[in-house]
Design a protein around this ligand. Structure first.
Ligand code: HEC
Length: 186
């Protein structure tokens, strides 16, 4: 063999070996490329929205205990002789209007006395201000206007019978009417 030929063979061999080594190095990386799945713990992206401590939809708040006392008075005093409160499951006479939405001015009951009373006192939208409506209801049940003929006589009689009418019975009855409206809305 001539030297040039030998050199060529060695050269080729070196290139082949180098190529093989290079190919091996290229083919090994994939084994380390796959990240261990344990590191793929996804950050909790499932927190949907802000905490849902949603307020009651009606926006009418009432004291359940006082409202309960009001229901007791409502039947003891005899309001049920003339009124029902459907939203509270209380049935009664039909001489007076159903009081489920009295706090809201009894919308729908055409020519409601309480609606007129609210308007005269500057409350056009009782639903937007239930607290003001409750205050005016107390006023109504303590001192009904002249045009509320039946209640005017009724309240006179109640005041004569119950010495603490304005501070005892009336607040409880109004609290009950708040519950009634809260449960009637919708
Ligand atoms: C003898 C029947 C009678 C009794 C008893 C009676 N009411 Fe009435 N009530 C009426 C009538 C009739 C009206 C309609 C306005 C009017 O004529 O005074 C009315 C109106 C009302 C209204 C206004 C409702 C609206 O839509 O205008 C409220 C609130 C109310 N009464 C609450 C009571 C409560 C509380 C009692 C018991 C403490 C009671 N009433 C007892 C007959 C009665």
């Amino acid at each position: 063999m001539h030297w040039p030929t030998l050199a060529l063979v060695i050269g080729i061999a070196v290139v082949v070996i180098a190529t093989v080594i290079a190919l091996q190095q290229i083919s090994t990386p994939p084994q380390t490329q796959a990240p261990t799945t344990s590191t793929q713990t996804t950050t909790p992206s499932t927190q949907t929205g802000p905490p849902t401590g949603t307020p009651p939809t009606s926006g009418i708040k009432y004291d359940p205990q006082l409202a309960e006392k009001g229901k007791q008075y409502f039947s003891d005093i005899g309001c049920t002789a003339c009124h029902s409160i459907k939203s509270l499951g209380i049935s009664g006479g039909a001489v007076g209007p159903d009081l489920s939405k009295a706090l809201l001015g009894n919308p729908g009951a055409g020519g409601s006395v309480i609606g007129r009373f609210f308007k005269e006192k500057g409350l056009d939208n009782p639903a937007a201000d239930p607290e003001k409506a409750a205050e005016l209801l107390k006023e109504y049940l303590t001192n009904p206007p002249q045009y509320s003929t039946t209640m005017k006589t009724q309240v006179q009689a109640y005041k004569a019978t119950y010495s603490n009418w304005a501070t005892d019975q009336v607040p409880a009855l109004v609290e009950m009417l708040k519950e009634a409206a809260a449960k009637a809305s919708g």
